[in-house]
Design a protein around this ligand. Sequence first.
Ligand code: HEC
Ligand code: HEC
Ligand code: HEC
Ligand code: HEC
Ligand code: HEC
Ligand code: HEC
Ligand code: HEC
Ligand code: HEC
Length: 395
Amino acid sequence: MLRTHGIVPVLIVALALGLASGCSDDDSGQNNNVNVNDNTNVNDNTNTNTNTNTGPTYVGSATCETCHSAIHADFIESGHPYKLNKVENDQAPTYPHSTIPNPPNGYTWADVSYVIGGYFWKARWIDNDGYIVTGTDVQYNLVDQSWSAYHDTDPVGTKPYDCGKCHTTGWVATDENGPHQDDLPGIYGTFAQGGIHCEACHGPGSDHVAAPSTANIVKDTSSDLCGQCHTRDSQNRIEFKGGFVRHHEQYDEWLASPHNAANVGCNTCHDPHKGTVYFGAAGLNQECQDCHTSMTVNHNGTPGCIDCHMPNAAKSAKSVTMYDGDVRSHMFAIGTTDATWSSMTYEADGKTFLNGPLTLDYACYGCHKDENGEGGAYSIKTMIELSNRATGIHQ
Ligand code: HEC
Ligand code: HEC
Ligand code: HEC
Ligand code: HEC
Ligand code: HEC
Ligand code: HEC
Ligand code: HEC
Ligand code: HEC
């Protein structure tokens, strides 16, 4: 269902903010499961409006940096702080590892207030009234410098920015009645900082800054912390669209993976202050081989573990082939039989829910080709050939 400038229906859903997430993101006008989740935020707003909150307030990452400079130096190179970037002095925001072009046709830097993303996959723009710019060539895809459509059936000036729960620090959701960040009517909420800053994960830090102690700052090492944003479906099903797992579902995939049961969580593998998309294993605490110490790979040229076990089975901006999207899978286990391949097919409506494991088309066609020649750079292999070869590939 499309969201417009009109009234957002209010359902009181008494759920913790954390697990009740979802996304109003995506590349078509087809949204689902969205409103329930957004309405959870309305609850938060109600709480804030009671004005009884005398707890700590947000101070900003620059203040944390004064004492935790090494952590800040890692963090500022990662994607989190660049999720929502203010346009200042009519200049493009700057990024550590990417550059973005001028805004879409018809807009100059003076006509836009914020850029959404632009760090790795794609960028979208927010106009000076706070609405996300919609149209045919309004989303910039970094991988191939192309432009594509975003909500092109929604008239310009009707798509509110209500994505802040996952994109900002200290988001308080509102509706068309405000209050609005920077008094921009299209932003349905307020925030302390654009982007995922220190206090998005550690909570507001004014008390801690005044008298540093472990008792007055949050340190949450659970995967549920990351799962507040790296999820889509409120029931944590793995949602598909156009042949790919939809993006920001790492938590949902991980829940269905063997690592959940084994208590190997996001922070076991990831250093939460480091990025991986530009840094690979340097952003990790532990790699596959550190735990799976004696795996031999009986396959030509010994590809890396993640080539087969974490292929790009999900898509954010652009796919390379019908098997190769642009976001790595977190299901880890690979199924090798007919029964498991069919579990990754999707319904005629273009979406379905599944619980893994990864199927061989995604695991192998990043490198091999199917019988129609679709896939990677190497030899053609049918699914039957892959299945026969995959079983016991570590023996
Ligand atoms: C004035 C210096 C100072 C500033 C500013 C500061 N911290 Fe700290 N922080 C410390 C010290 C010192 C400790 C260790 C406290 C201890 O061990 O008792 C600490 C510990 C922590 C811990 C570990 C808590 C734990 O349970 O182990 C976290 C997380 C943290 N700080 C986050 C932050 C964040 C986020 C900010 C910004 C909002 C911040 N700090 C600002 C000095 C500071
Ligand atoms: C449930 C949390 C959540 C919501 C809601 C959400 N996003 Fe995101 N978004 C993410 C996460 C996490 C990523 C990065 C991981 C991924 O894509 O798998 C991301 C990535 C992006 C990117 C690419 C960033 C880059 O630097 O390449 C853009 C652009 C984006 N989202 C736009 C939106 C817009 C616009 C909305 C609202 C209409 C929205 N998102 C709502 C969590 C969310
Ligand atoms: C994406 C979430 C996230 C962000 C953003 C984040 N942190 Fe953390 N931080 C964590 C988690 C999770 C841990 C606990 C890691 C562990 O012990 O496994 C942690 C641990 C810490 C610690 C304790 C260090 C230690 O060795 O246990 C400090 C200090 C800290 N963070 C400061 C910061 C500061 C300062 C920033 C901003 C520059 C920041 N964090 C940004 C999630 C985050
Ligand atoms: C408040 C929402 C939020 C939370 C909490 C969060 N993330 Fe993210 N994460 C995002 C968004 C949004 C992006 C996309 C950022 C961009 O592209 O600018 C992202 C991107 C990433 C990336 C890819 C970017 C890079 O620099 O490599 C990794 C890896 C990541 N997150 C890991 C984690 C881990 C691990 C945790 C838990 C410790 C976590 N995130 C918690 C929202 C969140
Ligand atoms: C078993 C280890 C492991 C666990 C558990 C894990 N990750 Fe990852 N993650 C990785 C590896 C490895 C990469 C890819 C690093 C590279 O590109 O070399 C990665 C990449 C990512 C990326 C970037 C996606 C991309 O396209 O490159 C995000 C976002 C992310 N992880 C988030 C999470 C979140 C959130 C969790 C918990 C729900 C999680 N990860 C749990 C190992 C892990
Ligand atoms: C911190 C240790 C750790 C790391 C790092 C780790 N794993 Fe695991 N993994 C485990 C444990 C523990 C299990 C469950 C016990 C088992 O089956 O070995 C497991 C299970 C698995 C399984 C299912 C095994 C089965 O028998 O069905 C696969 C596949 C897997 N891991 C792949 C990976 C890949 C790929 C990576 C790197 C991206 C990775 N693991 C990183 C500890 C780890
Ligand atoms: C060429 C693709 C490929 C590569 C590379 C690969 N794997 Fe696998 N892996 C598979 C397939 C396929 C299976 C399922 C085999 C089966 O069910 O008989 C599997 C199964 C596993 C399992 C569970 C079953 C078992 O034998 O214990 C683990 C754990 C695992 N791999 C870890 C790793 C690690 C660690 C690496 C890197 C050293 C790696 N894999 C590299 C394809 C690959
Ligand atoms: C990182 C790239 C890569 C991935 C991923 C990959 N392969 Fe391969 N594979 C190759 C290359 C390179 C060759 C040798 C040249 C060729 O066949 O084109 C090869 C050869 C083969 C062969 C013929 C030679 C032999 O050893 O039997 C089979 C069968 C095969 N791969 C199966 C698989 C299966 C099954 C998977 C997924 C589980 C897989 N491959 C994933 C790169 C890859």
